[in-house]
Design a protein around this ligand. Structure first.
Ligand SMILES: [Zn+2]
Length: 201
């Protein structure tokens, strides 16, 4: 028995060495609150996506710190920052993942729900874990994990996702996202998903 185990050991070691552990060996989470300044993002009355995204991101920052991550915010108040500048900030960190936080908008007011986007193959698992984390915290329509070519997730080299935490244009969802508990629940769900992604590596 012991002999068999010993003979299998090199095979296991090889398996571990070839597993894509590198992508998961991150310590830093770059949090990217969507929009800011003159770029309000989705808007309904006085409800602006830029404010919701920033508040959710600040909550996410504190949840991630509690879980032992280092965090970097691409903006931490209401000012404009270009998409290339967001990518430049991300490129300064080699041990990082990138999470862009947004809320959705469409002229079809009945549309609602959460969706999470990825571009590269290495980002798909991150998107799945984070999406599942959010869905487990709030009762909403699950619009799923999807491929998209958004600038910030297409041009960052680390695992990168873009989260859409619901539709500003849907009245029920707008009501929820205006309350702190909903944004807090999303932040906790995102943080839990990031922890599970790292463990899965
Ligand atoms: Zn947005």
């Amino acid at each position: 028995m012991r002999k068999l185990f010993r003979s299998l050991l090199p095979a296991f070691a090889l398996l571990l060495a070839s597993a894509p552990v590198q992508a998961r060996a991150f310590r830093t989470v770059i949090i990217d609150p969507g929009h800011g300044g003159h770029d309000k993002g989705g808007q309904w009355g006085l409800v602006y996506e830029k404010h919701l995204a920033l508040d959710t991101s600040v909550r996410l920052e504190s949840e991630l710190k509690k879980r032992g991550f280092r965090t970097v915010m691409t903006r931490r108040s209401d000012y404009f920052i270009s998409l290339p500048e967001r990518v430049r900030i991300a490129s300064r960190y080699s041990d990082a993942i990138f999470v862009s936080v947004h809320y959705n908008y469409t002229w079809k007011q009945q549309v609602s729900g959460l969706e999470t986007f990825y571009y590269s193959g290495q980002s798909r698992a991150l998107a799945s874990y984070v999406h599942a984390g959010m869905i487990s915290k709030v009762r909403v329509v699950n619009r799923g994990v999807k491929f998209a070519r958004f600038y910030v997730i297409r041009n960052t080299s680390c695992p990168s996702i873009l989260v859409e935490g619901g539709f500003v244009s849907n009245s029920a969802e707008r009501g929820r996202m205006k309350s702190a508990w909903f944004r807090q629940a999303l932040a906790e769900g995102i943080a839990d998903g990031i922890v599970r992604f790292r463990r899965a590596g």
